[in-house]
Design a protein around this ligand. Structure first.
Ligand SMILES: Cc1cc2nc3c(=O)[nH]c(=O)nc-3n(C[C@H](O)[C@H](O)[C@H](O)COP(=O)(O)OP(=O)(O)OC[C@H]3O[C@@H](n4cnc5c(N)ncnc54)[C@H](O)[C@@H]3O)c2cc1C
Length: 419
């Protein structure tokens, strides 16, 4: 099997890179073991939320310049601020091309509401999510936070208490709808994905709308668990048209994220629509490097039949999806044994205080400034690394997860197209 480019990993980074290559007529394959971090996604794409601990970022280009001057090894610094502006536009266009409507300004952050009732800076959000232009003020005076009776993956009481501290009058409601009776008895069934499926039926939407209409007139907006998003948000769009006199918005729930699953499935559909080949449920086990170049990769499903390409892109994610593996004494990259940046003393890898900086988030594959992966101290000529497998950024502390995935993906794709 011969391709122009083989991408290993079908998360946000791998799919964004694959779409750009396939759109430009590359014969491109993605091999992906399983679901990605998108299954846990909030529905908001973080580009850069913080450059220092207590100051949220508003103006993105200004803050990206500060970061690039301060930290020369950061993936954004490797791309360079002058190129980032173009990549922001390309990322925005790629996301807006999906069947999912987005909101947000290419150059400015807005704030999304977290399930804990706090605000968090972010770049682009799915347009049904509850967001605000500022960190400490909400655009509503009276809110209803509604859960569905029996749904335990949405802590609506905690959320409401925290929101009240932002000066909003908050009412909580737990709504009982008959269409959930069949799954309510079973805690493993009463999950966001099952609820989303039941909302595909118009009569179920109508029952929910009837209950919401009873509380609509007393509130500027009603906030609901994002389990109510389904089929590209179309069910939620219909629900909004049925509830009169108020606005409806969604809040992220505990995983699985229905919004994230929809984004993942739209990205895969887009990749395939441009002729990309997606090997779902297959894992790359080994890559062969000779004379400074990857010659081929072997996968679990294809056994000893090699997969061959001119270029290879490593988009296997971080520890979470086994793109990086930690032992007691070291950290390694399992497919090509690429060079990995990590601290030598295990005691420095993490802090027992969960809410402080965790150094291990910054560990990852070392690359050149054009994201060529290093092995044995040398760049591998046709192997690139993108997304959360990369070193030298901290997605949690900075709020940069999706941004690094998208921007490094498109930067490498553009480089391959120019090559
Ligand atoms: C739980 C969680 C929630 C997050 N939520 C947000 C959020 O709300 N907003 C935000 O901006 N960022 C969020 N992030 C940050 C997130 O890391 C990035 O946004 C981005 O999605 C990372 O994409 P990726 O493609 O680099 O990696 P991943 O999403 O980890 O994808 C890697 C893919 O590679 C596959 N893979 C691994 N090894 C192999 C192999 N050997 N062969 C084939 N395939 C393989 C995996 O199965 C997976 O599909 C979150 C991260 C986590 C872990």
């Amino acid at each position: 099997m011969k391709f122009d480019t083989i991408i290993i990993g079908g998360g946000l980074a791998g799919l964004a890179c694959g779409i750009r290559l396939a759109q430009n007529n590359q014969r491109c394959a993605i091999v992906s073991s399983g679901q990605s971090s998108l299954c846990f996604f909030s529905g908001s794409f973080d580009l850069l939320g913080h450059t220092s601990e207590d100051k949220p970022v508003y103006d993105l280009l200004e803050s990206l310049s500060i970061l690039a001057n301060k930290d020369k090894k950061h993936p954004y610094s490797k791309i360079g601020v002058s190129k980032i502006e173009k990549l922001l536009e390309q990322s925005y266009a790629l996301l807006n091309n999906l069947d999912i409507k987005m909101k947000g300004d290419v150059r400015k952050n807005h704030f999304r509401l977290t399930p804990m009732g706090t605000t968090r800076p972010t770049w682009l959000s799915v347009d049904t999510l509850a967001t605000s232009p500022s960190a400490d003020k909400l655009p509503w005076r009276t809110l209803a936070v509604c859960n569905l009776q029996g749904f335990t993956d949405f802590p609506h009481q905690i959320f409401a208490e925290q929101l009240a501290s932002l000066g909003v009058k908050v009412n909580t409601h737990s709504i009982k709808v008959r269409f959930l009776d069949s799954i309510r008895q079973n805690a493993t069934e009463m999950r966001s994905a099952s609820i989303a499926r039941l909302l595909e039926k118009t009569e179920n939407l109508e029952e929910l709308a009837k209950a919401l209409n009873l509380i609509a007139k007393d509130n500027d907006a009603i906030l609901l668990p994002a389990a109510l998003y389904s089929a590209d948000g179309k069910a939620f769009g219909k629900l909004k048209n049925m509830v009169l006199g108020t606005e409806l918005f969604l809040l992220p729930t505990m995983p699985p994220s229905v919004v994230g699953l929809e984004i993942e499935s739209s990205l895969i559909t887009e990749f395939k629509a441009h002729g990309g080949v997606f090997f779902a449920g297959d894992s790359v086990l080994k890559g062969e490097i000779q004379s400074g170049k990857v010659q081929c990769v072997y996968t679990a499903n294809h056994g000893d039949i090699p997969m061959v390409a001119d270029n290879y892109v490593l988009a296997t994610g971080s520890f979470f999806n086994k793109g990086l593996i930690a032992t007691n004494t070291s950290i390694y990259e399992p497919i090509f044994d690429c060079d990995v940046e990590f601290l030598p003393n295990r005691g420095d890898w993490y802090s027992k205080d969960l809410f402080t900086k965790q150094n291990y988030f910054g560990f990852g594959v070392k690359t050149t400034s054009s994201f060529k992966a290093l092995s044995g101290g040398n760049p591998v000529d046709n192997l690139y690394a993108i997304g959360s497998v990369l070193s030298d950024f901290n997605p949690v502390e900075e709020g940069s997860g999706a941004g690094v995935a998208l921007l490094t993906a498109l930067n490498v794709a553009n480089h391959l197209l120019d090559k």
